[in-house]
Design a protein around this ligand. Structure first.
Ligand SMILES: NCc1[nH]cc(CCC(=O)O)c1CC(=O)O
Length: 325
């Protein structure tokens, strides 16, 4: 095979992730060349929720795959839309980094130590919703920017804290700046957080074969469950969603445990449910847990949380006895 052209965005995080994949492919004996691609998300300073979500980072790179300018694309898996692209394959989901969110706060503070009224920045409705639902009296403000920009809001004193993905900080070698690793019991990560997606064209069997050597079976299984939950929920509601699947030891071998969150953006309504299922059927596990969330009230949640909007009545159904806890 000729040199593999691997597309990357210019941000520090994207290039670090792409270099990591390039190095693994080089270890396997392939020749790799990095090709830089600019996306709308990089050019625009607008809030992600205004310019069409994180899909903007992905589409320009996918475009380059379609055009044949590159052979391999590396994305943060959580930025990948759930709708599959029929001409592309997710050839590898490499071993996941830590999936949790972290707090970067002034003076080394943790969430519990932030005084009432502390200003916390996040551009993620999922983080905003779960932070607000903690009931700590935090003043949550929308921000965006790359990891460096977001941390600078805190060091400059403009904000008391920001919430970021631990994986992003780890990849940039800046984990020491985190003041707390947030337990998923408080804030569930985005589906796919901490994992990479390595895509290539379905009609390039040689590239698919080369890249698939980087796949990690457990990570892929977890991510399938999380994304199945997300796509099923997306069909039924527009609420912020968090999800985390983990491989656990069951009585008859490996099982998959899935936890999920859906809530209103202002934190006034929140639903948390979990389910354990077969390791071999991650898609069904995700879809079933999403169905439970929808039945228990997620279908009534919307992102329309404008001041004065009437909030739907939450379904106060008690926890289900069997699988759901
Ligand atoms: N939203 C952008 C984005 N996409 C992936 C990561 C971090 C790395 C990952 O989750 O894999 C980040 C930054 C963040 O959320 O702090």
């Amino acid at each position: 095979m000729t040199t593999l052209r691997l597309g990357t965005r210019r941000s520090a995080l994207a290039t670090t992730q792409s270099r990591w994949v390039a190095d693994r492919l080089t270890d396997l004996g392939h020749e790799v060349e990095l090709v830089e691609i600019t996306t709308e998300g990089d050019r625009s300073g607008a809030l992600l929720t205004t310019i069409g979500g994180t899909g903007v980072f992905v589409s320009a790179i996918r475009e380059a795959l379609h055009d044949g300018r590159i052979d391999v694309a590396v994305h943060s898996l959580k930025d990948l839309p759930t709708a599959p692209d029929p001409e592309l394959v997710l050839a590898a989901v490499p071993l996941r980094e830590d999936s949790r969110d972290v707090l970067v706060a002034r003076d080394g503070l943790t969430l519990g130590e932030l005084p009432v009224g502390s200003v916390v920045g996040t551009g993620s409705p999922r983080r905003a919703s779960q932070l607000a639902a903690l009931g700590l009296g935090l003043d949550i403000r929308p921000i965006r920017g790359n990891v460096d920009t977001r941390i600078r809001f805190v060091t400059s004193g403009e904000l008391d804290a920001v919430v970021l993905a631990q994986a992003g900080l780890a990849r940039l070698g800046r984990l020491a700046e985190a003041t707390e690793v947030i337990d998923p019991i408080q804030v569930l990560p985005a589906p796919g957080q901490g994992a990479l997606a390595v895509e290539c064209r379905a009609d390039r069997a040689d590239v698919v074969a080369a890249v698939s050597a980087l796949d990690d079976a457990d990570t892929r299984t977890c991510v399938i469950a999380e994304r199945s939950l997300l796509s099923t929920l997306e069909a039924g509601c527009t609420a912020p969603v968090g999800a985390l699947a983990e491989v656990v030891e069951g009585d008859d071998g490996l099982e998959l445990s899935l936890r999920a969150f859906a809530g209103s953006e202002d934190g006034s309504l929140e639903l948390r449910r979990s389910l354990v299922g077969s390791y071999t059927e991650p898609e069904s596990l995700g879809a079933r847990l999403a169905q439970i969330l929808l039945e228990d009230g997620a279908a009534d949640l919307t992102t329309t949380t404008a001041i004065g909007a009437v909030a739907p009545t939450p379904d106060r159904a008690p926890h289900r006895s069997e699988h759901v806890s």
